[in-house]
Design a protein around this ligand. Structure first.
Ligand SMILES: [Zn+2]
Length: 706
């Protein structure tokens, strides 16, 4: 009489006893193998077999880890990851180490499907699990499974309601890259899952799995460590915060270890350009059969797909920082993290066939070459190869070779090259807590070939500060802080290769945007420069976030007047066109029009260099989208902005016109006859004379204007 309330109550009391027993101390993978019976309709039936997907053993065992708070598994479809981490984990927990569990599927529909097709089947086919199930009908419904030991398994989907308040000891999230980045405005799903387990301290565990579904946004990213993933959101973002494990195989021929790398690199296919060209004419199936073997990176041994099972059974996960030699000795310092992270490629996935991997890639390339559609390529990258997709457009904007690859060892700081015609400086004004002027100075040659001669930050004012130091600079509050730029740039000269000859800075381009107060102080500074006769040597600019395309580079307007009549010329810059042109110069391989000469950056090969690598990285802080609009993808982009401003300065001076270079003005002639070239003596005289000129009108028209 199972429906008798008394019998039910008695049953509930008795069934709680197993929960009080100590957990069965078996590895999770063992618990799964002993108890989870899988019988798919029309498929093979039997207990979960760890030797079929050996790469799932460690991730599954670490679900019981007390030193990790989460396990993150990235891999293509058909790896067997959901069985092991989902039904498998649940089975072990119910029978060996009970605790309430929540399983999140990407949608309500998927949750229902998962409950019916996978959980219910596991319960039906696995005798031990079936016996542990509660007897009352209310114990078993679509979204809640109640076991006799009191353990509850909830199968839900990511919404704030489903993910809030209730505590679970175990939480599993699947298909994570198909979730929203921000669940109902409350944050990312992974953080919400971690919150659910916090009350269980080290006994709690979150597991999350997905194939990578977020596109690559930074085409110039290069891994800083061997196991780093591209900087994308979603599951690879979690993986990057983990201890970053990758799966390694031992070559059956030469015994070298190598990574079963995500993607297709181990097949050593012809170049993608070649494949796109060939896709329409070759026999794709024959090609896929021919290339369906792995080339051992160490010795070039050819490894047939029949060897894969054995390589997987002998395979190993290594954290970032570890290497393994052919005598199986592991060395290095493993990266450590509270997240155990695993990234498996399709080449190792048990149920993905090598021939199919290659065939789908070629079919995708064929589709792309005929219709321009990248969807099949993206799908096979994500779900078969296990890698994030880089759009063809973005890949095209990547620089295979950039300024860092062709450093100019002739470049010296503070000294212009012999071919210099004039010098332009640009200043970025940063307000706020970390206020500073950042400036960059370029020597400009014929047709705007350029060389970096200085890049500096000014953080100190000339005002008194604490103790013996000067006060930090504050361009939004103190007018006099701007006068530092007059001395350091507007009146500055740089050494030339000629004996005792220096060249003046022809133009200083200054950004006036930013914090409240900066703009007005910039106008006031410009007015002081006008009184000193220096106004023509300074160009005030305002860069805009230009969401739409316009065809002008620089537009001048008069601003600063109290009643609308402006007395200060302000130059609005079009960032999109200027960035296009700076990048065109950066991608030139040989010196010539627009080419940039940069020194070798400071690094292991050049420990005494003065220019940090970040200088180069800042140029690649933005990428051009398909609409021709530049979008920022890295936090710092000063080099790029400063170079755009220098380019805008050159345009103002007319240096983009061919006739300018045919009959250059006196200040743009070769150094020997250039009117901006002076001796050190002349420089001192000019400086003293200019600084002595009044910076205020004799009768102060209005103190408030400045
Ligand atoms: Zn080999």
């Amino acid at each position: 009489m199972p429906d008798d309330p008394f019998v039910l109550a008695l049953h509930d009391v008795c069934s709680a006893w197993p929960a009080l027993l100590p957990p069965n101390r078996v590895p999770v993978s063992q618990g799964v193998a002993d108890n989870l019976k899988i019988a798919r309709p029309g498929g093979a039936s039997g207990y979960w077999d760890p030797s079929e997907t050996p790469y799932m053993v460690l991730p599954t065992d670490l679900l019981a880890s007390r030193v990790h708070s989460a396990v993150c598994f990235v891999g293509p479809a058909q790896t067997g990851k959901t069985v092991a981490l989902g039904e498998g984990w649940m089975t072990h927990a119910v029978l060996n180490d009970p605790g309430d569990m929540a399983i999140f599927q990407m949608t309500q529909e998927k949750a229902r499907e998962y409950s019916r097709q996978r959980i219910d089947r596991a319960l039906r086919n696995s005798p031990a699990l079936r016996a542990a199930m509660g007897v009352a009908s209310r114990d078993d419904n679509l979204h809640d499974k109640q076991f006799r030991n009191g353990m509850l398994v909830r199968i839900a989907w990511p919404t704030v309601t489903n993910m809030s308040s209730t505590s679970y000891r175990y939480v599993f999230g699947t298909d994570y890259d198909r979730w929203d980045d921000n669940i109902d405005g409350e944050g990312d799903g992974f953080s919400l899952m971690l919150k659910r387990t916090t009350t269980f301290l080290s006994r709690g565990m979150v597991a999350v799995e997905s194939s990578p579904g977020r596109p690559v946004t930074d085409p110039n990213w290069r891994p800083a460590t061997p196991h780093e993933a591209p900087p994308v959101k979603g599951i690879l973002g979690i993986y990057n915060r983990s201890d970053r494990r990758r799966w390694y195989w031992q070559c059956p021929h030469c015994a070298s270890w190598f990574e079963a790398a995500p993607g297709l690199s181990l097949f050593k296919l012809p170049s993608e350009d070649q494949l796109i060209e060939d896709a329409r004419t070759i026999d794709i199936d024959a090609f896929a059969r021919q290339y369906a073997r792995v080339v051992c990176p160490a010795e070039g041994c050819l490894i047939e797909s029949a060897e894969r099972g054995k390589m997987n059974r002998g395979g190993r996960w290594l954290q970032d920082g570890l290497t393994i030699d052919s005598r199986n000795r592991v060395s290095g310092t493993p990266l450590s993290s509270s997240i155990a992270g695993f990234w498996l490629g399709g080449v190792a996935a048990a149920y993905v066939n090598w021939e199919t991997l290659i065939r789908k890639q070629l079919q995708g390339l064929l589709e792309y070459s005929m219709t321009g559609s990248e969807l099949p390529l993206q799908t096979t990258a994500n779900t078969d190869q296990g890698i994030p997709y880089t759009s063809k457009h973005l890949a095209g904007s990547a620089n295979d070779e950039g300024p860092a690859d062709r450093p100019d060892d002739e470049v010296q700081r503070y000294i212009v090259p012999p071919w210099t015609r004039f010098v332009v400086a640009s200043v970025d004004v940063q307000g706020g807590r970390n206020a500073r002027f950042v400036y960059q100075v370029h020597a400009i040659g014929e047709y705007m070939e350029q060389q970096l001669i200085d890049r500096t930050e000014i953080r100190e004012s000339k005002r008194e500060g604490m103790g013996t130091e000067f006060a930090p600079i504050d361009p939004a509050k103190y007018a006099e802080d701007w006068d530092i730029l007059t001395e350091r740039l507007v009146l500055a000269t740089y050494r030339t290769p000629l004996d005792d000859r220096e060249i003046k800075v022809k133009l200083t381009v200054v950004d006036t945007g930013g914090e409240e107060g900066v703009t007005q102080k910039a106008y006031a500074w410009w007015r002081r420069l006008r009184l000193k006769g220096l106004a023509s040597r300074v160009m005030l600019t305002k860069g805009g976030a230009m969401r739409t395309k316009v065809d002008w580079h620089v537009r001048e307007s008069m601003v600063g007047g109290l009643q609308g009549e402006g007395d200060v010329p302000l130059h609005h810059l079009n960032p999109n066109l200027l960035k296009d042109e700076v990048h065109a110069g950066l991608s030139r391989r040989e010196p010539g029009p627009g080419f940039y000469h940069f020194p070798r950056v400071k690094g292991p090969k050049n420990p005494n260099g003065w220019l940090p690598q970040s200088f180069i990285d800042e140029y690649y802080a933005e990428v051009r989208n398909a609409d021709g609009v530049w979008e920022q993808i890295r936090a710092r982009n000063e080099s790029l902005d400063l170079s755009c401003m220098i380019r805008a300065g050159c345009l103002k001076l007319g240096a983009d016109k061919a006739r300018f270079w045919l009959t250059p003005p006196s200040w743009a002639r070769p150094l020997e006859t250039n009117s901006d070239v002076v001796t050190s003596e002349q420089r001192r005289e000019i400086k003293a004379e200019v600084l002595a000129r009044p910076a205020e009108r004799a009768v102060r028209r209005s103190a408030y204007l400045g």
